[in-house]
Design a protein around this ligand. Structure first.
Ligand SMILES: [Zn+2]
Length: 557
């Protein structure tokens, strides 16, 4: 005999709202639950999930949509069980529930769930829904005759306690495992997760806490405020180290971007990994001494380094010959072990972009590119408010965008990259042999009216525009922020780049692209390194955009 009962067809592809309140909640009475149900239906919910016969009765009077009835009751083992007896189910149906859900997890089964499931179907003639936490439990419940399985208890049983978030992959697993409809429930907090659940094959979606717990909704906002305050707490001090191909800049930085101490030392860039690590250790020691002198308590160390970095592990995934031997090093791990402080590491150009987002011109901008021009050339892109890392942390390799087929050799091993046309040695080259000994001299001469120096800056700007035009066409950013040694006191570079870009980018006027020199100055990289440490340690995020949100969901619906 086929004992399956069809779920109401209007529930297919629909939202079901779980209308419950804890005993301690201001909303804990049946009249409030009826109002929650009304509001849910007004908002487009096609069904509701309701706890206990009193609430079911009140909700039944208020709305006409299908009601999933449950009854949470404390058991001898000190824990709640969902619909623990046939009599409970009977009272729910008499109160107006159209369907019954019950706990069919391993624990539920120890309390006789599967026998109860069969009896409810047989005697009460209503569809029975199985709240489960694993695929095995779903299979057992479906074999016992459950008309649907619900992922409700995933993460709430001893066997699944490691699960902390909604898992679309678990829904897909259930859809594969059972032939009855799978309803996604539990820890769905965001409308975007609805798409993921439906993509995974969910028949319908049940949301509770994120809709019907005003105190938790309030807490999400309060927690965002607290994160912002922690982020701006000037008592939180970080070491920022900017390991460049020529110099290492370092300092102590507050969460507000105040530079409390800064200094610089030459980078022993030729000497290989071990010397570089010891160099960093010495640098941190200097900062620690200064922190002791100023009586500052340090939170963490931030390192911005040339090369591509995996910010999750702190490893330098790859570095060019600007720092020979640096590929594969893990300075974050090394410094953590040496000093016992949290350490965050990031590519130097990315760190600069983080500094601009935190402390600089891009605070309110979500799409911008920060370009660094010095010994090397790098970039950091924010797209949609998040720093872009790419699939292997190789994104933003701006210096190695090809601009000249068969052109100048580059430190990366290829030729014709943007970097050898727009770095400090390129500027010296354009200024002609013998006239200047450093890029700074060329810039100073240009500012003093030297036509040759000005011409060389213009040449560099022309090449830079070729590389930047690709970026602008691809990303349509709001701003290009120029930083690094070649940009300090070099207004001509900014204006020449703007002029050259206008010639190479379509719909230029409509883009209203702002090209600016970083206002963070000489220590921008130090600020960036500290900002990376702050984001990683204070907020626990490595996207460096909006604060990461933790949404407490202690009680199941
Ligand atoms: Zn290259």
């Amino acid at each position: 005999m086929d004992t399956s009962m069809k779920l109401q067809p209007e529930l297919c592809g629909s939202l079901i709202v779980s209308c419950q309140a804890l005993e301690t909640s201001a909303f804990r009475d049946s009249a409030c639950m009826a109002k929650f149900a009304r509001a849910a239906v007004d908002g487009g919910a096609a069904g509701v999930r309701v706890n206990g016969p009193d609430d079911v009765k009140a909700v039944r009077r208020a709305v006409g949509v299908p009601i999933i009835g449950i009854w949470k009751a404390l058991q001898d083992d000190g824990k709640i069980l969902i619909t623990p007896s046939f009599e409970a189910a009977q009272q729910l149906v008499e109160a107006g529930a159209d369907m019954i859900a019950l706990d069919c997890t391993c624990r539920g089964q120890r309390f006789g769930a599967l026998e109860r499931l069969r009896r409810i179907k047989e005697e009460l003639r209503v569809p029975v829904l199985a709240d489960i936490a694993t695929a095995d439990e779903a299979i057992q419940a479906a074999e016992a005759g459950a008309d649907a399985v619900l992922s409700t208890l995933r993460g709430y049983t001893a066997e699944t306690s490691q699960v902390q978030a909604f898992e679309p992959s678990f829904i897909a697993q259930l859809v594969h495992a059972v032939r009855v409809p799978v309803i996604a429930e539990g820890r769905i907090q965001d409308p975007r997760q609805v798409h993921a659940a439906l993509d995974a094959g969910a028949f319908a979606i049940i949301v509770g806490t994120a809709i019907t717990r005003p105190e938790l909704i309030t807490r999400r906002f309060v927690s965002a405020l607290q994160t912002w305050q922690r982020r701006h707490d000037s008592q939180r001090i970080f070491i920022g180290i900017d390991l460049g191909g020529t110099n290492t800049k370092f300092g102590l930085v507050s969460n507000r971007g105040e530079l409390l101490f800064h200094s610089a030392t030459p980078t022993p860039w030729r000497e290989g990994r071990d010397v570089l690590l010891r160099h960093l250790k010495q640098t941190v020691s200097t900062c620690l001494e200064e922190a002791r002198r100023q009586d500052l308590r340090l939170e963490a160390i931030g390192l911005a380094t040339a090369g591509w970095v995996n910010p999750e592990t702190g490893q330098v995934v790859y570095a060019t010959e600007n720092l020979p031997g640096w590929s594969g090093a893990n300075p974050a791990c090394y410094l953590r072990e040496e000093f016992g402080l949290p350490v965050a590491a990031e590519n130097d150009a990315n760190a600069l972009a983080v500094a601009e987002k935190r402390f600089g011109a891009a605070k309110t901008t979500s799409d911008f590119v920060c370009i660094t021009l010095g010994t090397g050339v790098g970039g950091g892109c924010y797209i949609g408010g998040r720093l872009s890392h790419g699939n292997h942390y190789f994104a933003n390799a701006l210096g190695h965008i090809p601009i000249e087929p068969g052109g100048l050799p580059c430190t990366c091993g290829l030729s014709g990259c943007l970097e050898p046309y727009t770095n400090a040695s390129a500027l010296l080259r354009y200024a002609g042999p013998g006239s200047f000994t450093s890029a700074d001299q060329v810039i100073a001469a240009a500012n003093a009216g030297d036509l040759v120096a000005q011409g060389s800056i213009h040449t560099l700007a022309k090449y830079l525009a070729v590389g930047c035009a690709s970026l602008v066409m691809l990303l349509d950013p709001e701003m290009l922020i120029l930083a690094g040694g070649l940009v300090q006191n070099n207004p001509l570079l900014v204006s020449a780049l703007t002029e050259e870009l206008a010639k190479r980018v379509t719909v230029w006027p409509q883009r209203q692209l702002r090209v600016e020199a970083s206002a963070l100055g000489y220590s921008a990289g130090v600020l960036g390194a500290a900002a990376v440490a702050s984001a990683a340690v204070v907020e626990g995020c490595s996207a460096y955009g909006a604060p990461s949100e933790s949404f407490e969901q202690p009680v199941l619906d």
